[in-house]
Design a protein around this ligand. Structure first.
Ligand code: GUN
Length: 292
């Protein structure tokens, strides 16, 4: 048996096509500001992809590229300006930030109504109590990917490997919600869990968000499980022009032999993250129009 390959790229394209119509029907053009500090190569790629998605959907976007040496104060001042800029409905500060900048302080400074990443403590708190306004894009994308692929989440045992604030913790909370498209039983495991495969083998839906290339092997997965790979790892590949290739946290070739469905890397979760960012930006624009 070989798993069904979940085509995130196609699902994302279809959702974005719908959103395009939604944007056209709006009186106020949604606006997104993307802030990048420093020149992390992966971050630069992500920021460019976000810019292109905005252009496709006719969402206004502006990019603020700041030097690595930028002070925390200067970054806070930029955020304060964007918070009151009426063209801008969504603000995204690309993570990670350089070490001399306090990430918590920066995320706290973003107006929660413009927090399209869903990282502000108010939005995180709302997610915890089941009153979400903005859901973090990657976890939200994972939920949509499962639903659009016709995979039932309710009553299933979801095992998440990884406990980051960007993916592991929020995806666990989203799928745990007492809500349609959720209602899962959720286990979160991580680097200190001990025997990881003891947990992963119990998963009906396994979500790998560890950041370690091809760590999830066939013998860690239950037959027929759905496997969602959130990892994006660069590994050396002398045969490629760039000198590297991207692989997930799951050993795709091995695990596809035992899973019932699996996401590829690239082309699985990644395109969904950007799609949900577009969704959140449109939602922010609608909410802010109602207030003004
Ligand atoms: N870095 C990695 N993923 C993300 C994300 O979803 N949002 C932001 N702002 N930074 C990230």
């Amino acid at each position: 048996m070989s798993a069904k390959i979940i085509d995130g790229k196609a699902i994302a394209a279809e959702m974005q096509e719908e959103m395009k119509g939604e944007v056209k029907a709006l009186k106020n053009k949604p606006g997104l500001a993307v802030v990048l500090v420093g020149d992390n190569p992966a971050s630069r790629v992500y920021v460019n992809m976000k810019k292109k998605a905005c252009a496709r959907l006719e969402i206004y976007s502006e990019e603020h590229k700041l030097l690595r040496e930028t002070s925390e104060q200067d970054l806070l001042e930029l955020i304060n300006k964007l918070n009151v800029d009426e063209k801008i409905h969504g603000i995204l500060v690309q993570l990670p930030l350089p070490d001399h900048i306090n990430e918590g302080k920066i995320l706290n400074a973003i107006d929660p109504a413009k927090d399209v990443d869903g990282f502000h403590p108010i939005n995180v708190g709302n997610l915890v109590i089941g009153k979400p306004s903005f859901l973090p894009c990657t976890p939200y994308g994972i939920q949509q990917l499962l639903l659009k692929s016709g995979i039932r989440i309710e009553g299933k045992h979801v095992v998440v490997v990884g406990r980051s604030n960007i993916v592991g913790k929020p995806v666990a909370l989203i799928l745990l919600q007492k809500a349609q498209g959720a209602n899962a039983t959720v286990t979160v495991c991580h680097s200190r869990s001990g025997d990881l495969s003891y947990y992963t083998k119990q998963a009906d839906i396994l979500i790998a968000a560890i950041g370690r290339a091809e760590m999830i092997k066939k013998n860690m997965v239950k037959e027929g499980a759905v496997v969602i790979d959130v990892g994006v790892n660069r590994v050396d590949d002398p045969s490629s022009e760039r000198g590297y290739k991207l692989v997930g946290d799951v050993d795709f070739e091995e695990v596809k032999e035992i899973a019932s469905a699996i996401t590829p890397v690239p082309g699985g979760v990644g395109p969904m993250t950007i799609t949900m960012l577009m969704h959140n930006t449109i939602k922010a624009a609608k909410m802010q129009k109602d207030i003004r």
